[in-house]
Design a protein around this ligand. Structure first.
Ligand code: B12
Ligand code: SF4
Ligand code: SF4
Length: 375
């Protein structure tokens, strides 16, 4: 059986520099935490993680004969602390600047999985990244890749948290590697720091290590097509896709890290910002797919992204987007877009928006009528 150095060499040859492995025994403490999170309603409608917690804490859900979980961390590059919206741009979280990471990470993981299985004499391997129902941070922490911070992100001292996680499940046992340094516990890692909790613009942390997705900008902009809660909208600032605020503030992220692969660099995708007027002028799904093909933004769909772009337009004072917002408010078939466009127009210029708001009082959709009344 090859040694750990040989396994690392194989991983490196596939582009994975940060690798750890752990026996596949189910996660116990993490299962309790996941259940508590679900029971408190913090998981919102993220059904695939909350439906059956014991399965999420047990890698056998994905590969019945699993014996070893190999975790990888893929740096996507550090995000800057500031953002120049110039009253016209919406902000994209760092992990989504380049090509869609699911498309980039999974094929390499599968190919590494096949190579590892071959070398170790296994029969099967399974690759997972993000969408699989498995607690990726918890397995990665147990594999020694880092510790879970109070912002709930996996942090690796010396690297920060600007990385994605992926796993390869193997049906062969690999003796655990002796740790290079003693693993840092969550309490040791963060110490008395609480910066991320204070920095969250929507106060999404109910306490250290506990995030309520129902208040998180990342959840609202990525995971649901529902209307944004009115009381949170102004706090979304310029964010249109994800949010990095609880990571940029973290002292472990106080230095520059490069993206591991060219596909994850800004030049390969949409980069740090999108023009709000141009985005809000996208009227068909086909035009949307063409604009955002190959990037993670494609996953929100036209309605999901334009809803956030309307809110950002008001928050940054993007009067350049007035025309596009007016068109959405008048004609868009999606009620959620008509409603969010009205909210944006009312905030940009209440007097000028009045005729549109009056008109919307007879809109066929109750959500739009309610928005017009509230404005
Ligand atoms: C659902 C989800 C979300 C939700 C909920 C996030 C959350 N914190 O729960 C939303 C949409 C809000 C979200 C946002 C983001 N996400 Co997300 N998300 C997921 C997903 C699919 C499941 C997470 C989950 O199960 N949450 C439930 C909670 C209870 O579990 P958990 O956060 O994983 O925590 C477990 C352990 O870390 C541990 N733990 C928790 N607390 C404590 C406390 C102590 C003391 C200890 C020791 C351990 C511990 O126990 C928990 C298990 O119960 C994972 C992929 C996956 N399949 O795992 C990606 C994932 C966690 N997301 C990721 C990313 C990149 C993000 C964003 C940075 C994207 C962005 N820029 O907008 C933000 C970060 C927001 C944040 N602070 O978490 C990465 C994280 C990489 C990293 N370095 O940690 C993952 C792993 C995807 C990937 N493959 O790379 N995400
Ligand atoms: S991603 Fe943004 S909104 Fe969500 S917890 Fe972090 S700082 Fe708060
Ligand atoms: S900001 Fe402070 S408390 Fe939050 S994760 Fe980083 S070190 Fe931990």
């Amino acid at each position: 059986m090859p040694g750990h150095e040989e396994l690392r060499g194989l991983a490196r040859a596939h582009g994975f520099e940060l690798v750890g492995l752990t026996p596949a025994a189910p996660l116990r403490d993490d299962l309790e935490r996941l259940e508590a999170w679900r029971d408190a309603g913090h998981g919102a409608d993220l059904g695939y993680m909350t439906r059956n917690p014991p399965q999420r804490a047990d890698a056998r859900t994905l590969l019945p004969d699993v014996r070893t979980v190999v975790s990888v961390a893929v740096p996507y590059g550090a995000a800057p602390t500031g953002f120049a919206h110039e009253r016209r741009y919406g902000r994209v979280a760092r992990y989504a600047w380049g090509r869609d990471y699911h498309d980039v990470v999974l094929p390499r993981l599968r190919s590494l999985g096949a190579a590892l299985a071959r070398h170790l004499g296994g029969r099967a391997s399974k690759a997972a990244c993000d969408h699989s129902p498995i607690l990726e941070r918890a397995f990665a922490a147990r594999a020694g890749l880092g510790f879970v911070g109070k912002n709930t992100c996996l942090i690796r001292p010396g690297h920060g948290s600007w990385f994605l996680l992926g796993e390869i499940l193997l049906d062969v046992e690999v003796a655990p590697e002796p740790p290079a340094a003693p693993a840092m516990s969550a309490a040791e890692g963060c110490g008395t720091c609480q910066r991320c909790i204070a920095a969250c613009p929507t106060q999404a942390f109910v306490g250290p290590f506990v995030l309520d997705a129902r208040r998180c900008i990342s959840y609202w902009t990525l995971e649901t097509l529902a209307p944004f809660p009115r009381e949170l909208r102004e706090r979304f600032g310029a964010w249109v896709f994800g949010c990095d605020d609880c990571q940029t503030i973290c002292p472990f992220n106080a230095f520059d890290v490069d993206a591991a692969w060219p596909e994850l660099q800004a030049e390969a995708g949409v980069g740090p910002r999108i023009d709000l007027a141009a985005t809000l002028a996208i009227t068909t799904d086909a035009a949307y797919v063409q604009r955002f093909a190959g990037t993670a933004l494609r996953r929100s769909g036209r309605v999901g992204l334009l809803r956030g772009a309307a809110v950002a337009a008001r928050n940054v004072g993007a009067t350049t987007a007035w025309r596009a917002l007016e068109d959405l408010a008048r004609h868009d078939p999606a009620a959620v877009l008509r409603a969010h466009a009205l909210w944006a127009l009312a905030g940009l210029d209440a007097a000028k928006a009045r005729p549109l708001l009056e008109r919307a009082r007879t809109d066929p959709d109750p959500m739009v009528r309610a928005e017009a009344s509230a404005a």
